[in-house]
Write a protein that binds this ligand. Structure first.
Ligand code: SAM
Ligand code: DTB
Ligand code: SF4
Length: 343
């Protein structure tokens, strides 16, 4: 690892401190973020993840950004749960494209018990058997379901806080911020790593972004994985005509997340199609060390893999390799999160 001293992990960041960071002169903010990044992660390496929507559309929730809510006319055709074979084929394809993590998303409010859940468990076991990290995002879940996912060797569970507590009510009314925090606590108790982040560009202000970052950074341990999504504006959703956000705000958000959660993977997630190569490069310099690969996120388009490969080549960066995957992968929270050590 780099010679720089690893930052001590902190869980007591105040909103005022975070606001100072987020609004620093950009060169200073990026310098600090890159310094933290180098002390904890290989600076030229990006982890490739792939996403698959295993159950699409028809969701009863009203998340204003989401093309999969049954409340909006977005043209997304609802589809039942994929088969294990279909899912594992997609996982094998993702592996061949260079991904080391496979994320399965279902448009559920909460995880149903019964044959569908049994099938998801089988998918998780199958993805792990391919040597990939497995992540699921299935909505809210019970303690027992979390424990069963842990037993199936699920690497991480994704459940985003999305935005600040204050702005949240403008975006979702069908479940509370507190319910989201409870779901995250359940995942953690079951010994599954937490993937938790948010979306920017939904009309929130910098203050809301600071509050979201504070919520994330005050979790102990920090979420091991922090996806930062730039809103993909989908026709038919209430946020379809939201003002596009300046990409430099995304760079600031990523840099701040990197400084606040030094050991975590910070994932440049949805929204890359609306970013230039230069903006993506700045996101990597600011400490993002993962992207979603493949032409589709869950229901919306994403850059083609060849384009991503060209971009990384141009930047002299590379995808995390299989060899690193073999040693760097673990299904339990890292002790590093508690000790401040790095892997
Ligand atoms: N239903 C589950 C849930 O809400 O937890 C899982 C699937 S949901 C689509 C996963 C995450 O994708 C959301 O929490 C949200 O942060 C992100 N997302 C959904 N639509 C998006 C959009 N249009 N732009 C950016 N991110 C989006
Ligand atoms: C996350 O934070 N972003 C990914 C993943 N977690 C599941 C999902 C992005 C979805 C973008 C909208 C879509 O393609 O439907
Ligand atoms: Fe449903 Fe998840 Fe979309 Fe919300 S984000 S509408 S819960 S699929």
């Amino acid at each position: 690892m780099a010679a720089l001293t690893a930052a001590k992990l902190r869980y007591d960041w105040t909103v005022a401190e975070i606001e100072v960071l987020l609004t620093l002169p950009l060169p200073e903010l990026i310098f600090r973020a890159q310094s933290v990044h180098r002390a904890h992660h290989p600076p030229d390496e990006i982890q490739g993840c792939a996403l698959l929507s295993i159950k699409t559309g028809g969701c009863p929730e009203d998340c204003a950004y989401c093309p999969q809510s049954a409340r909006y006319q977005t043209g997304v055709a609802p589809a039942g749960l994929l088969t294990v074979e279909e899912t594992l084929q997609a996982a094998e394809h993702a592996c061949r494209q260079g991904a080391t993590r496979f994320c399965m998303g279902a448009a559920w409010r909460d995880v149903p018990d019964g044959k569908d859940f049994e099938r998801v468990l089988e998918m998780v076991r199958g993805v792990r058997a391919l040597g990939l990290e497995a992540c699921c995002t299935l909505g809210m879940l019970t303690d027992e379901q979390a424990e069963r996912l842990a037993t199936a060797d699920l690497t991480a569970y994704n459940h985003n806080l999305d935005t600040s507590p204050a702005f949240y009510d403008e975006i979702i009314t069908t479940r509370t911020y507190d319910e989201r925090l409870q779901t995250l606590a359940r995942v953690r108790r079951a010994g599954i790593r937490v993937c938790c982040g948010g979306i920017i560009g939904m009309g929130e202000g910098r203050e809301d972004r600071c509050h979201l970052l504070m919520q994330l950074a005050s979790q102990r341990p920090h979420p091991e994985s922090v996806p930062i999504n730039l809103l993909v504006r989908v026709e038919g959703t209430p946020l379809a005509h939201e003002q596009p956000l300046d990409p430099l705000e995304l760079v600031r958000m990523i840099a701040s997340a990197r400084i606040l959660m030094p050991a975590s993977m910070v994932r440049l997630s949805a929204g890359r199609l609306s970013l230039s190569d230069e903006a993506q490069a700045l996101c990597f310099i600011a400490g993002a060390n993962s992207i979603f690969m493949g032409e589709r996120l869950l229901t919306t388009p994403n850059p083609e893999t060849v384009r991503d490969q060209q971009l990384l080549d141009k930047l002299g960066m590379h995808l995390r390799s299989q060899a690193v995957r073999a040693v760097g992968d673990a299904s339990k929270p890292r002790t590093a999160e508690v000790t401040g050590a790095t892997d």
